[in-house]
Design a protein around this ligand. Structure first.
Ligand SMILES: Nc1nc2c(c(=O)[nH]1)N[C@H]1C(S)=C(S)[C@@H](COP(=O)(O)O)O[C@H]1N2
Ligand SMILES: [Mo]
Length: 359
Protein backbone atom coordinates (compact mmCIF):
# COMPACT_ATOMS: atom_id res chain seq x y z
CA UNK A 1 0.00 0.00 0.00
CA UNK A 2 1.43 3.43 -0.84
CA UNK A 3 2.54 5.30 2.23
CA UNK A 4 0.69 8.51 2.92
CA UNK A 5 2.40 9.48 6.13
CA UNK A 6 4.72 12.44 6.53
CA UNK A 7 8.31 11.27 6.65
CA UNK A 8 9.58 14.30 8.47
CA UNK A 9 7.55 17.38 9.37
CA UNK A 10 10.76 19.38 9.66
CA UNK A 11 10.68 22.45 7.42
CA UNK A 12 14.40 22.27 6.65
CA UNK A 13 14.23 19.16 4.50
CA UNK A 14 15.57 20.70 1.31
CA UNK A 15 19.14 20.34 0.16
CA UNK A 16 20.54 23.87 -0.16
CA UNK A 17 22.79 23.03 -3.11
CA UNK A 18 19.89 21.60 -5.11
CA UNK A 19 17.98 24.89 -5.25
CA UNK A 20 18.75 28.57 -5.85
CA UNK A 21 17.13 30.22 -2.87
CA UNK A 22 15.26 33.47 -3.57
CA UNK A 23 13.95 33.77 -0.01
CA UNK A 24 14.80 31.43 2.86
CA UNK A 25 11.73 31.84 5.10
CA UNK A 26 9.16 30.98 3.89
CA UNK A 27 11.14 29.07 1.30
CA UNK A 28 11.02 30.37 -2.25
CA UNK A 29 13.65 28.74 -4.44
CA UNK A 30 14.35 28.19 -8.13
CA UNK A 31 15.53 25.18 -10.06
CA UNK A 32 19.21 25.91 -10.82
CA UNK A 33 19.82 26.87 -14.47
CA UNK A 34 21.92 23.81 -15.30
CA UNK A 35 19.11 21.50 -14.15
CA UNK A 36 16.49 23.20 -16.32
CA UNK A 37 17.93 21.24 -19.27
CA UNK A 38 16.62 17.94 -17.85
CA UNK A 39 13.25 16.70 -19.18
CA UNK A 40 12.29 15.64 -15.65
CA UNK A 41 13.56 17.97 -12.95
CA UNK A 42 15.53 16.13 -10.23
CA UNK A 43 13.15 15.86 -7.26
CA UNK A 44 15.35 17.82 -4.86
CA UNK A 45 15.51 20.65 -7.39
CA UNK A 46 11.81 21.15 -8.14
CA UNK A 47 11.20 24.87 -7.46
CA UNK A 48 9.45 25.83 -4.23
CA UNK A 49 7.10 28.74 -3.65
CA UNK A 50 5.50 29.18 -0.24
CA UNK A 51 3.67 32.31 0.87
CA UNK A 52 3.62 31.60 4.60
CA UNK A 53 5.34 29.57 7.28
CA UNK A 54 4.73 25.83 6.94
CA UNK A 55 1.55 24.75 8.74
CA UNK A 56 1.76 21.98 11.36
CA UNK A 57 0.18 18.88 9.83
CA UNK A 58 0.56 15.20 10.62
CA UNK A 59 -0.47 11.75 9.46
CA UNK A 60 -3.82 12.09 11.27
CA UNK A 61 -4.70 14.92 8.85
CA UNK A 62 -8.05 14.72 7.06
CA UNK A 63 -9.48 16.69 4.14
CA UNK A 64 -12.97 18.11 4.60
CA UNK A 65 -15.20 18.05 1.53
CA UNK A 66 -18.22 20.30 1.89
CA UNK A 67 -20.14 23.33 0.68
CA UNK A 68 -22.93 22.88 -1.89
CA UNK A 69 -22.87 19.07 -1.88
CA UNK A 70 -25.37 16.34 -1.07
CA UNK A 71 -23.16 14.50 1.41
CA UNK A 72 -20.24 16.32 3.02
CA UNK A 73 -17.51 13.97 4.28
CA UNK A 74 -13.92 13.85 5.43
CA UNK A 75 -11.23 11.68 3.93
CA UNK A 76 -8.19 10.50 5.87
CA UNK A 77 -4.80 9.75 4.36
CA UNK A 78 -5.20 5.94 4.59
CA UNK A 79 -8.64 6.25 2.92
CA UNK A 80 -7.11 8.36 0.17
CA UNK A 81 -4.31 5.82 -0.33
CA UNK A 82 -6.90 3.07 -0.89
CA UNK A 83 -8.59 4.89 -3.82
CA UNK A 84 -7.58 4.36 -7.48
CA UNK A 85 -4.25 6.10 -8.20
CA UNK A 86 -3.63 8.59 -10.97
CA UNK A 87 -0.17 9.76 -12.12
CA UNK A 88 0.44 12.98 -14.06
CA UNK A 89 3.75 14.30 -15.35
CA UNK A 90 3.40 18.06 -15.52
CA UNK A 91 5.41 21.17 -16.21
CA UNK A 92 4.33 23.66 -13.54
CA UNK A 93 5.41 27.28 -13.61
CA UNK A 94 4.98 29.95 -10.97
CA UNK A 95 3.00 32.89 -12.37
CA UNK A 96 5.78 35.15 -11.05
CA UNK A 97 8.51 33.35 -13.02
CA UNK A 98 10.44 35.93 -15.07
CA UNK A 99 9.27 38.84 -12.94
CA UNK A 100 12.87 40.13 -12.91
CA UNK A 101 12.55 40.59 -16.67
CA UNK A 102 9.81 43.18 -16.17
CA UNK A 103 10.61 46.87 -16.15
CA UNK A 104 9.94 48.64 -13.85
CA UNK A 105 10.32 45.68 -11.48
CA UNK A 106 6.93 44.92 -9.89
CA UNK A 107 6.62 44.02 -6.21
CA UNK A 108 6.81 40.35 -5.28
CA UNK A 109 9.48 37.65 -5.16
CA UNK A 110 12.26 38.54 -7.62
CA UNK A 111 12.09 35.32 -9.65
CA UNK A 112 14.48 34.93 -12.53
CA UNK A 113 13.64 32.07 -14.91
CA UNK A 114 13.87 28.96 -12.73
CA UNK A 115 10.42 28.94 -11.11
CA UNK A 116 9.35 26.18 -13.48
CA UNK A 117 9.86 22.42 -13.14
CA UNK A 118 8.61 19.14 -14.54
CA UNK A 119 7.90 16.12 -12.37
CA UNK A 120 5.39 13.32 -11.81
CA UNK A 121 2.68 13.70 -9.20
CA UNK A 122 0.53 10.82 -7.95
CA UNK A 123 -2.71 10.73 -6.06
CA UNK A 124 -6.43 10.50 -6.62
CA UNK A 125 -8.55 12.37 -9.17
CA UNK A 126 -10.25 15.28 -7.43
CA UNK A 127 -13.32 14.20 -9.39
CA UNK A 128 -13.52 10.94 -7.42
CA UNK A 129 -13.96 12.91 -4.18
CA UNK A 130 -16.39 15.42 -5.71
CA UNK A 131 -18.56 12.66 -7.15
CA UNK A 132 -18.71 10.95 -3.79
CA UNK A 133 -19.86 14.23 -2.19
CA UNK A 134 -22.45 14.81 -4.94
CA UNK A 135 -22.23 18.35 -6.27
CA UNK A 136 -25.35 20.54 -6.23
CA UNK A 137 -26.49 21.47 -9.77
CA UNK A 138 -25.62 25.15 -9.28
CA UNK A 139 -21.99 24.64 -8.25
CA UNK A 140 -19.68 26.86 -10.34
CA UNK A 141 -16.31 26.45 -8.66
CA UNK A 142 -14.39 24.21 -6.30
CA UNK A 143 -12.40 26.05 -3.67
CA UNK A 144 -9.17 24.50 -2.39
CA UNK A 145 -8.13 25.74 1.05
CA UNK A 146 -4.63 25.21 2.44
CA UNK A 147 -3.78 24.81 6.10
CA UNK A 148 -1.29 27.69 5.94
CA UNK A 149 -2.17 31.26 6.84
CA UNK A 150 -0.43 34.58 7.28
CA UNK A 151 -0.85 38.33 7.17
CA UNK A 152 -2.46 40.08 4.21
CA UNK A 153 -1.25 43.51 3.20
CA UNK A 154 -4.64 45.20 2.78
CA UNK A 155 -6.33 44.46 6.10
CA UNK A 156 -5.70 43.20 9.62
CA UNK A 157 -5.75 39.56 10.53
CA UNK A 158 -4.49 36.43 8.85
CA UNK A 159 -5.71 34.91 5.60
CA UNK A 160 -5.64 31.23 4.61
CA UNK A 161 -4.12 30.29 1.27
CA UNK A 162 -7.15 29.49 -0.93
CA UNK A 163 -7.80 29.35 -4.67
CA UNK A 164 -10.80 28.28 -6.72
CA UNK A 165 -11.13 26.27 -9.92
CA UNK A 166 -13.98 26.33 -12.45
CA UNK A 167 -16.01 23.16 -12.26
CA UNK A 168 -14.76 21.83 -15.63
CA UNK A 169 -11.13 22.03 -14.50
CA UNK A 170 -11.93 20.55 -11.10
CA UNK A 171 -13.76 17.60 -12.70
CA UNK A 172 -10.98 16.83 -15.19
CA UNK A 173 -9.59 13.41 -14.25
CA UNK A 174 -6.00 14.70 -14.38
CA UNK A 175 -6.65 17.32 -11.71
CA UNK A 176 -5.47 15.35 -8.71
CA UNK A 177 -5.28 15.37 -4.95
CA UNK A 178 -1.62 14.36 -4.78
CA UNK A 179 0.25 12.57 -2.00
CA UNK A 180 3.43 11.75 -3.93
CA UNK A 181 5.97 13.54 -6.10
CA UNK A 182 8.51 11.63 -8.20
CA UNK A 183 7.37 8.38 -6.56
CA UNK A 184 8.04 9.55 -2.98
CA UNK A 185 5.67 10.95 -0.36
CA UNK A 186 5.45 14.74 -0.76
CA UNK A 187 8.13 16.70 1.03
CA UNK A 188 6.90 19.26 3.48
CA UNK A 189 7.92 22.16 1.24
CA UNK A 190 5.88 20.69 -1.62
CA UNK A 191 2.72 20.43 0.48
CA UNK A 192 2.86 17.23 2.56
CA UNK A 193 0.81 15.30 3.25
CA UNK A 194 -1.57 16.24 0.45
CA UNK A 195 -2.01 18.95 -2.20
CA UNK A 196 -3.85 19.73 -5.41
CA UNK A 197 -2.14 19.44 -8.79
CA UNK A 198 -3.84 21.28 -11.65
CA UNK A 199 -2.19 20.57 -15.02
CA UNK A 200 -2.10 23.53 -17.39
CA UNK A 201 -2.55 26.18 -14.72
CA UNK A 202 0.08 28.40 -13.19
CA UNK A 203 1.31 27.03 -9.87
CA UNK A 204 -0.98 29.00 -7.55
CA UNK A 205 -3.91 26.71 -8.47
CA UNK A 206 -2.09 23.69 -7.04
CA UNK A 207 -2.98 24.32 -3.39
CA UNK A 208 -0.48 22.75 -0.97
CA UNK A 209 -1.27 21.38 2.54
CA UNK A 210 -4.84 20.85 1.36
CA UNK A 211 -7.23 21.03 4.31
CA UNK A 212 -10.65 21.62 2.75
CA UNK A 213 -12.47 21.41 -0.57
CA UNK A 214 -15.60 23.48 -0.85
CA UNK A 215 -18.20 23.45 -3.63
CA UNK A 216 -19.38 27.02 -4.16
CA UNK A 217 -22.26 28.50 -6.15
CA UNK A 218 -20.77 31.96 -6.81
CA UNK A 219 -17.22 32.68 -8.00
CA UNK A 220 -14.67 32.94 -5.17
CA UNK A 221 -13.52 36.47 -4.34
CA UNK A 222 -10.93 35.77 -1.63
CA UNK A 223 -7.56 37.45 -1.20
CA UNK A 224 -5.56 35.05 -3.39
CA UNK A 225 -8.22 35.25 -6.12
CA UNK A 226 -8.81 39.02 -6.24
CA UNK A 227 -5.86 40.76 -4.58
CA UNK A 228 -3.02 38.33 -5.37
CA UNK A 229 -2.46 36.15 -8.43
CA UNK A 230 -4.35 38.65 -10.54
CA UNK A 231 -3.36 40.59 -13.64
CA UNK A 232 -3.84 44.12 -12.40
CA UNK A 233 -3.58 46.73 -15.16
CA UNK A 234 -4.88 50.19 -14.28
CA UNK A 235 -8.46 49.59 -13.11
CA UNK A 236 -8.86 46.03 -14.32
CA UNK A 237 -8.24 42.94 -12.20
CA UNK A 238 -8.31 39.50 -13.81
CA UNK A 239 -7.44 36.31 -11.88
CA UNK A 240 -4.35 34.50 -13.17
CA UNK A 241 -5.40 31.10 -14.53
CA UNK A 242 -3.79 28.90 -17.20
CA UNK A 243 -0.12 29.25 -18.06
CA UNK A 244 0.67 31.48 -21.02
CA UNK A 245 2.63 30.05 -23.95
CA UNK A 246 6.36 30.30 -23.28
CA UNK A 247 9.76 28.98 -24.32
CA UNK A 248 13.17 28.79 -22.70
CA UNK A 249 16.56 28.18 -24.31
CA UNK A 250 18.60 25.85 -22.08
CA UNK A 251 21.62 25.40 -24.34
CA UNK A 252 23.73 27.39 -24.90
CA UNK A 253 23.28 28.89 -21.45
CA UNK A 254 22.51 32.57 -21.03
CA UNK A 255 25.79 34.40 -20.49
CA UNK A 256 27.83 31.42 -21.71
CA UNK A 257 30.26 30.86 -24.56
CA UNK A 258 29.56 28.92 -27.76
CA UNK A 259 30.92 28.20 -31.21
CA UNK A 260 29.57 29.97 -34.30
CA UNK A 261 27.92 26.71 -35.28
CA UNK A 262 25.72 25.97 -32.33
CA UNK A 263 22.96 23.52 -31.51
CA UNK A 264 20.29 25.55 -29.72
CA UNK A 265 18.00 23.52 -27.45
CA UNK A 266 15.22 24.30 -25.04
CA UNK A 267 11.64 23.78 -23.90
CA UNK A 268 8.27 25.25 -24.81
CA UNK A 269 4.99 24.88 -22.92
CA UNK A 270 1.50 26.34 -22.74
CA UNK A 271 -1.53 25.87 -20.54
CA UNK A 272 -3.73 26.24 -23.62
CA UNK A 273 -2.57 23.02 -25.27
CA UNK A 274 0.24 21.47 -27.25
CA UNK A 275 3.08 23.45 -28.80
CA UNK A 276 2.68 24.02 -32.54
CA UNK A 277 5.94 25.80 -33.38
CA UNK A 278 9.11 27.28 -31.94
CA UNK A 279 11.18 29.78 -33.93
CA UNK A 280 14.60 31.23 -33.22
CA UNK A 281 16.16 34.53 -34.24
CA UNK A 282 19.70 35.83 -33.93
CA UNK A 283 20.54 39.35 -32.77
CA UNK A 284 17.86 41.80 -33.82
CA UNK A 285 17.41 40.36 -37.32
CA UNK A 286 13.70 39.85 -38.01
CA UNK A 287 14.44 36.44 -39.49
CA UNK A 288 12.80 33.55 -37.70
CA UNK A 289 14.20 30.04 -38.13
CA UNK A 290 11.88 27.14 -37.37
CA UNK A 291 13.21 24.73 -34.73
CA UNK A 292 12.50 20.98 -34.78
CA UNK A 293 10.10 19.86 -32.07
CA UNK A 294 10.59 16.64 -30.09
CA UNK A 295 7.98 14.65 -28.22
CA UNK A 296 7.10 15.78 -24.68
CA UNK A 297 7.18 13.07 -21.98
CA UNK A 298 3.48 13.73 -21.38
CA UNK A 299 0.70 15.92 -22.76
CA UNK A 300 1.23 18.27 -19.78
CA UNK A 301 5.01 18.40 -19.97
CA UNK A 302 7.18 20.86 -21.90
CA UNK A 303 8.04 20.13 -25.53
CA UNK A 304 11.72 19.93 -26.50
CA UNK A 305 12.95 21.99 -29.47
CA UNK A 306 16.28 22.29 -31.21
CA UNK A 307 17.92 23.90 -34.24
CA UNK A 308 21.45 24.22 -35.61
CA UNK A 309 22.30 27.88 -36.01
CA UNK A 310 25.32 29.53 -37.55
CA UNK A 311 25.91 32.77 -35.72
CA UNK A 312 27.08 35.66 -37.90
CA UNK A 313 30.23 36.87 -36.12
CA UNK A 314 32.53 36.16 -33.25
CA UNK A 315 31.82 38.22 -30.14
CA UNK A 316 28.55 39.09 -28.47
CA UNK A 317 25.28 37.73 -29.84
CA UNK A 318 21.76 37.22 -28.66
CA UNK A 319 19.37 34.39 -29.46
CA UNK A 320 15.61 34.70 -29.09
CA UNK A 321 12.99 31.94 -29.02
CA UNK A 322 9.30 32.35 -29.80
CA UNK A 323 6.73 29.61 -29.21
CA UNK A 324 3.23 29.25 -30.66
CA UNK A 325 0.66 26.85 -29.22
CA UNK A 326 -2.07 24.87 -31.00
CA UNK A 327 -4.64 27.46 -29.91
CA UNK A 328 -2.67 30.05 -31.92
CA UNK A 329 -1.23 31.95 -28.95
CA UNK A 330 2.22 33.39 -29.67
CA UNK A 331 4.75 34.76 -27.21
CA UNK A 332 4.59 38.56 -27.38
CA UNK A 333 7.59 40.77 -28.14
CA UNK A 334 6.83 42.79 -25.00
CA UNK A 335 4.80 41.88 -21.95
CA UNK A 336 1.92 44.06 -20.90
CA UNK A 337 3.18 45.33 -17.57
CA UNK A 338 0.92 44.45 -14.65
CA UNK A 339 1.28 45.72 -11.12
CA UNK A 340 2.10 42.40 -9.47
CA UNK A 341 4.34 41.15 -12.25
CA UNK A 342 2.61 37.92 -13.32
CA UNK A 343 2.60 35.95 -16.54
CA UNK A 344 5.78 37.32 -18.12
CA UNK A 345 5.91 35.21 -21.27
CA UNK A 346 7.60 37.84 -23.45
CA UNK A 347 10.18 36.60 -25.95
CA UNK A 348 13.44 36.34 -24.04
CA UNK A 349 16.91 37.05 -25.37
CA UNK A 350 19.82 34.99 -24.16
CA UNK A 351 23.29 36.47 -24.54
CA UNK A 352 26.24 34.40 -25.73
CA UNK A 353 29.90 35.04 -26.36
CA UNK A 354 30.71 33.50 -29.74
CA UNK A 355 34.14 31.87 -30.12
CA UNK A 356 36.43 33.11 -32.90
CA UNK A 357 36.69 30.07 -35.10
CA UNK A 358 34.36 27.58 -36.62
CA UNK A 359 35.91 24.27 -35.63
N1 LIG B 1 -1.27 26.30 0.62
C1 LIG B 1 -0.48 26.86 -0.30
N2 LIG B 1 -0.50 26.37 -1.56
C2 LIG B 1 0.28 26.89 -2.50
C3 LIG B 1 1.11 28.02 -2.24
C4 LIG B 1 1.11 28.52 -0.91
O1 LIG B 1 1.81 29.48 -0.58
N3 LIG B 1 0.30 27.91 0.03
N4 LIG B 1 1.85 28.58 -3.25
C5 LIG B 1 1.32 28.37 -4.60
C6 LIG B 1 2.22 28.84 -5.64
S1 LIG B 1 2.23 30.48 -5.94
C7 LIG B 1 2.93 27.95 -6.42
S2 LIG B 1 3.82 28.52 -7.73
C8 LIG B 1 2.95 26.51 -6.12
C9 LIG B 1 4.36 26.03 -5.90
O2 LIG B 1 4.37 24.66 -5.60
P1 LIG B 1 5.76 24.00 -5.16
O3 LIG B 1 6.32 24.79 -4.03
O4 LIG B 1 5.49 22.59 -4.84
O5 LIG B 1 6.64 24.10 -6.41
O6 LIG B 1 2.20 26.19 -4.97
C10 LIG B 1 1.00 26.91 -4.83
N5 LIG B 1 0.24 26.37 -3.74
MO1 LIG C 1 3.44 30.85 -7.88
Amino acid sequence: MPSASIESPSPAVHDEAALDVVRAEPLCAETPTRLLAAPITPAASVYVRSNFALPPLDAAHVIDIGGAVRAPFTVSLPELAALPRRHVTVTIECAGNGRLGMDPLPTGEPWRYGAVSTTTWSGVSLRTLLERAGLAPDVVEILGIGADAGPRDDADGDVRFARSLPIADAMHPDTIVATHMAGEPLSYDHGAPVRLIVPGWYGMASVKWLARLEAITTPFTGYFQQQRYVYEVEDTVEPVRRARVKSMITSPVDGGRCDREVLVQGWAWSGAGAIARVELAVNEAPIWIEAALGTPVSAYAWTPFEAELVLPDAGAATIRSRATDMAGNVQPERIQWNRLGYGNNAIRRIAVDVADEVR
